[in-house]
Structure formats: C-alpha cells, structure tokens
Design a binder for this molecule. Structure first.
Ligand code: ADP
Ligand code: MG
Length: 368
C-alpha cells in the first residue's frame, strides 16, 4: 500500500499532512506518535472511514482513495474494541463473516470452522459461549482481534490495541501479536503512543508528530540515530539538552560540553545523550580523553525491575537521568543532594541543529 501526500484537516486544523509512506507486504509496521498526532485519523483514511482532503492511497497499484471501506480488503481493530456486549464471543467473531456486504459466508459449518480456527490463534478456545460483557479486558482485546482476522484482511490496522491493558498483559500480548502475525503472513500496521511497544514490535517503525512523518526506519536505527530531536524525545531514552555553541563548545544548563568531531564548526541547538551511556563519578572528576560531561546533583533513584534509574538535577534546574542495567553493575547508592560528575564518550553524543534536525554523522553517511 502506498500513501501519497495524504492530507486531512478538521475545520482548517491539519490532522494528517503530506504523508508519504509505503506499507510493504508481510511486515509488522508500528506507528509511534503522541496523543493528537493524527494516528487514528491516518488509520481511518487508510480504512476508508474518512476521506482525505488531498493525496492518494494505492493498494497493489490501484487507486483506492475513494473506495468504500468494505471493498478495500483491510481490517481495522478500533481503539475501543467496539464489540457487541450481549453477544457471545463466537457470535462477535462470526459477525463479520455472516453479515459483510461482499461475499458473506452463508455455510454455517464454514463459519464455525473459521471462527474456531481464529479463536485458537488468539488463545480463546473454550470461551466461545461466554458473553463479551463477562470477559476480561485482555480477552475482549483478543475477541476484537479475532473478529478482524477471521475475515482474512490483506492488511490489519490496529489502533492502540494494547492501550487498555495492564503492563504485564501488555508485555505478553506484544509477543503474541508478533507470533499471530507471523503465522498469518499478513501485514500489521500497529499504532501506539508507547515507545517501548513501537521499538519492540515493529520490523519497521514510523514516528508521527503533528500529522507529519518525522522518521521511518528500523526500530534499532530510530533508537540509535534519531533524525530529529523530537524523535530523541519520543523514544524516551535520551537526555536532551537545549543550548547553543559558544567558543567551540556546547553551552547548556550553565555548563560547557565538548562537541563530537562531526559537529564541530556547525550550528547546534540540541545535544542528546543516552541515559545508559552515562558514567557517574565523584564531584570534580575530570572526564578522560575522548569524553565530556557535566556536574549535577543526585536527587533519587528508581528501581525499574531489571534496571535502576538515577535522577540528577542540573544547575539550571533541569533533570538528567542515568540508567543502569543490573546485569552490568550492582546498584550504587548516593546521598540525596550529593554533587556528582557525569560523563560520557563523545562518540555517544548526538547533536541537532537549532531547527531540531540531526547533524549528519559519519554513521549516517556509512548507512546511506
Ligand atoms: P491520535 O489518534 O494520534 O491521538 P487523532 O487522529 O485522533 O490523533 O487526532 C488528530 C487531530 O485531529 C487532533 O487534534 C484531534 O483533535 C483532531 N480530530 C480528530 N478527529 C476529529 C473529528 N472527527 N473532528 C474534529 N477534529 C478531529
Ligand atoms: Mg487515536
């Protein structure tokens, strides 16, 4: 599926602007964006529930921009499940097969067989007769998925499918969704506001902000080479410092940091360093060769299961976070209010120009 300059506004306010995107066959594509960034609008345009103001949607080379939803061969799993509470699990899943306008399945044996097959796929065998009003949130989520998958869509559009689930269940479902997709060989376009989910699940990932695509690439590339400072913020694993270059150094939070080689002589507006690339030392420790850093005050630490987050305050009041995986080191304790020296390798620093665009690194050139 190809989206060409897709644009949609509500009362003059753009919700999706100039979106170019190619959705490939048999891929898991995640779309990450904050609330209000246009994720749902984009899915509604693709599914045909909404018409664009401009641009085109091509499916296997055919223009389907104005084709009604039921003739597109796509499935959509809506944000709020949209199930029938007084119908059984089985009837909810069968609904789309029995009553669709095109090619309804009238052979009840066939309906039963396909529903059973799909319920097995989503792990709901045995729940056929339960009323949807009497099952858990996680099970509703599976019914909703089954109801879409039973129609064998070419592309399955999922709108924040795990958003309503608690953290444990969400983690389990991420693994299952990937497995289900691989079994079927169908393309999933999974929309989410959760960066961990987007990074973990997608073969490819698209980052959306204010209706526009900011970056589209493999999750590991987006994670390590955000093309824009907004992406660095969304992935939520970077400390992003705002500032400017003075006397050849990056000045921010009342401190000066050395710029990595590739950024020297360029104008810079933002400097980002991954939370797990930072070393904590006693106050006054001078960073070694090839390193730079800043002074900060330790505030508190937070235990996050497999890792520790150490929170520091910079002289300008800003927060700086350092992350330690427990497999790498034993947790170290600091006293609240203790001054520390934080440092990192220059090669780990990312620099963005004042507009937010990443300065080109040798790594970028190498990848292109
Ligand atoms: P997301 O799903 O990323 O949270 P949406 O696509 O729902 O974002 O919304 C994008 C923008 O479009 C928001 O500013 C939202 O208020 C606006 N919007 C979405 N749907 C409508 C609508 N039916 N009428 C008016 N404004 C809308
Ligand atoms: Mg939405």
């Amino acid at each position: 599926m190809e989206l060409i300059r897709l644009t949609k506004a509500y009362k003059g306010v753009p919700a999706v602007r100039d979106v170019f995107l190619i959705v490939r066959e048999d891929e898991y594509l995640t779309l990450l964006g904050p609330s209000g960034s246009g994720k749902t609008t984009l899915l509604r345009l693709l599914s045909g529930l909404e018409k664009p103001d401009a641009g085109q949607i091509h499916l296997n080379g055919e223009d389907v921009t104005y084709r009604p939803p039921h003739l597109r061969g796509l499935g959509i799993v809506q944000q709020n499940y949209a199930l029938f509470p007084h119908m059984s699990v089985e009837d909810n899943v069968a609904f789309g097969l029995r009553y669709r306008l095109i090619d309804p399945v009238t052979d009840e044996g066939e309906v039963k067989r396909r529903v059973a097959e799909t319920l097995e796929l989503v792990g709901l065998t045995g729940f056929e007769a339960r009323m949807v009003g009497q099952i858990s949130g996680g099970q509703k989520q599976r019914v909703s998925l089954a109801r879409t998958l039973v129609t064998r869509p070419k592309i399955c559009l999922l709108d924040e499918p795990l958003g309503a689930l608690d953290a444990n269940l969400r983690e389990r479902m991420t693994v299952e969704l990937r497995k289900i997709r691989e079994t079927l060989g169908v393309t999933f376009l999974h929309v989410t506001g959760n960066e961990t989910e987007a990074l973990a699940m997608g073969d490819r990932m698209v980052v959306l902000d204010k209706g526009s695509i900011v970056q589209a690439d493999r999750p590991d590339v987006i994670f390590s080479m955000p093309s824009d400072v907004r992406v660095a913020r969304f992935v939520n694993t970077y400390n992003v410092l705002e500032g400017a270059v003075r006397d050849g150094e990056f000045q921010s939070a009342g401190q000066a940091m050395t710029l990595p080689e590739y950024a020297r002589g360029s104008e810079a507006g933002f400097y980002a360093i991954r939370q797990d690339a930072v070393e904590i030392n006693a106050a006054g420790t001078v960073p070694g060769p090839g390193r730079t850093g800043l002074q900060a005050t330790y505030i508190a630490s937070e235990f996050l299961g497999s890792r520790f987050a150490y929170i520091f305050r910079m002289p300008n009041g800003g927060v700086f976070e350092v992350e330690r995986h427990l497999s790498h080191s034993d947790p170290v304790t600091y006293k609240g209010g203790e001054a520390c020296s934080l440092s990192w390798n220059l090669s780990d620093a990312l620099v963005f120009d004042p507009s937010g665009a990443a300065l080109e690194t040798t790594v970028f050139k190498g990848a292109a």
